[in-house]
Design a protein around this ligand. Sequence first.
Ligand code: AQP
Length: 339
Amino acid sequence: MTAPHFTPRVFSGIQPSGGLTLGNYLGAIRRFVEMQDRGGFETIYCMVDLHAITVWQDPEALRKNTRELCAGFIAAGIDPEKSILFNQSQVPEHAQLGWIFNCVARMGWMARMTQWKDKAGKNSENASLGLFAYPALMAADILVYHATHVPVGEDQKQHLELTRDIAAKFNHDYGVDFFPLTEPVIEGAATRVMSLRDGSKKMSKSDPSDMSRINMTDDADAIAKKIRKAKTDPEPLPETAEGLADRPEARNLVNIYAALSDLTVEQAMAQVGGQQFGQFKPMLADLAVEKLAPISGEMARLMEAPDEIDAILARGAERARELASPILQRTYEIVGMVR
Ligand code: AQP
């Protein structure tokens, strides 16, 4: 349980490592907006550019992707007055606390992370040290605000558990109750949106195949084409949600349909169960265009004024530092640094 003296505070981040995908939108951003609008929490949302460079990023592309991500947050409903919205590298307290957590976390914990194993693959000798240490920096992103809740997609669950392990070990080693044990918030029909080409792989902005994902900047034709060509099996949709169990591609499309129409999977199946893909896919494409077009239109409009985006990020960073700085200073004191 989270200790009661922590202010209810939400933190989450997205890497500007490519364009935003439907997976990022349904699994993360849409839920960030809900938590902002629900009230009862301070909400802090971050473009984690220091995480992005754990794998190679072209500098120009990184700058563009960071601004585009900021535009995506705002277009999807994040209000930079209500929430703190900024990019990680403008708040040095993240990296500073990250170093301390590098000294708390154990090599064995990091080596067990499935994202490390997936991303480093067989070539781990050649992966960056940053990629290995990524989850310790992620713990710092969260704990430098004493965040109590983190909305994420299913894929980040293990990193959140590690964040709790780091907080608990720090508190134990130094005999304090300083860092909260943050709760993951993994909710909704689309906590894991899968690739349109392979139902066993998650939809990802850095997948080499553009046909595997729907980008938030895709136009109506591209969205319709990608859904039409999405891999499926030859059978029609089953009548009930249980029938989707061994059909990952069909399940993925139904999950997307359910999430976009704010239905549970069972409610969605009551509408579309038994349909042929020839009928279901165009319906899904129309729905996706209807829901995503206003967001991509607004993103394009915001991207015409990069100076305004930069001003929003600078102001957000200032507000973030006001929260992070005293927590970092107190951490240094606990650790025994002369101040
Ligand atoms: N396919 C997905 N389904 C549901 N949620 C997803 N998220 C990402 N992909 C899906 C959620 O989006 C948030 C931000 O993720 P990230 O950008 O920090 O890193 P990621 O999870 O590694 O996302 P990508 O798109 O796969 O990026 P790359 O390709 O650069 O690694 C997280 O909350 C994540 O759960």
